[in-house]
Design a protein around this ligand. Structure first.
Ligand code: DGL
Length: 267
């Protein structure tokens, strides 16, 4: 389907299952401060990494229609799980420019000067093999090791990263990954950069890659190329489908939120 350039002052829309997408949002906001933005955290259906393809298609359909109603000029799929599970199925279904995180950063990851790379992600992302496939499209010689860390999403959403039990769970997965001797480890779920302080207790911070940095630059370049950047008013709107207070508290490390309406799209 043809993508129409929207009129000026149409927001860039973001969605994720919760606070994770803010790790991407904060990076894009830094390099494009004057754009208008709308963010939807689908906390009611979190964790996405444990959902079926059909469920994710239903949730994303509601969210994308909400963005269309809000005149979004582009949608940032700031969620590795939906990028790996449903992006290919929906990319031509809506009259929207959609940016999927994995496919947008894979070429940069493939160009890194390393031979072995690790990926921490959700169950869904790991079983889809999306990171391995996309990185090896660009660099067939890079070895990619993927480990699922589903419990990390709740640790972040429930603001439990400093609890001893959480630290043990995080270290266990890191130990498992280090057996493969990766030279870098991609945090392949947008929630995981919230755990960087814990991960860095055991390995140097430089070991970990937050793909959001590359992703934000990719989005900016593409919007620029397509003449879609604008000097708007820098308006930000955030919505969640459940537990706004939890979301506010969990998000603090990446973004301070003033107002946070709860919005049930399917009611
Ligand atoms: N943060 C999302 C991702 O990047 C989904 C996490 C979840 O809800 O399981 O995969």
């Amino acid at each position: 389907m043809k993508i129409i350039s929207k009129k000026k002052n149409s927001p860039i829309a973001f969605f994720d299952s919760g606070v994770g997408g803010l790790t991407v949002y904060s990076k894009l906001k830094q390099i494009l401060p004057d754009e208008d933005y709308i963010y939807f955290g689908d906390t009611k259906h979190m964790p996405y990494g444990e959902k079926t393809e059909e469920e994710l298609l239903t949730y994303s359909d509601e969210i994308l229609n909400f963005f269309i109603k809000n005149n979004a000029k582009a949608v940032v799929m700031a969620c590795n799980t939906t990028s790996s599970m449903i992006y290919e199925k929906i990319k031509n279904k809506y009259n929207l420019r959609i940016y999927p995180i994995i496919q947008s950063v894979a070429s940069v990851l493939g160009e890194l000067p390393v031979r072995k790379i690790g990926v921490f992600a959700t169950h869904a992302t790991v079983s889809s093999d999306a990171y391995k496939r996309e990185i090896q499209k660009n660099n067939p010689n890079m070895e990619v090791f993927q480990i699922a860390c589903p419990e990390w999403v709740r640790i972040v959403e429930e603001h439990k990263s400093n609890q001893p039990q959480s630290i043990i769970q995080i270290k266990d997965k890191l130990d498992e990954m280090m057996q493969y001797k990766p030279e870098k480890i991609v945090l392949g779920c947008t929630h995981y950069p919230y755990l960087i302080n814990i991960l860095s207790k055991f390995e140097p911070t430089e070991m970990f890659i937050d793909p959001a940095i590359y992703f934000a630059q990719y989005i900016k370049n593409d919007l620029q190329k397509n003449n879609l950047l604008e000097n708007a008013d820098g308006i930000e709107e955030f919505y969640v489908s459940a537990s706004p207070e939890n979301f506010k508290k969990a998000s603090e490390m990446f973004y301070k939120l003033e107002e946070l309406p709860q919005l049930a799209l399917n009611d």
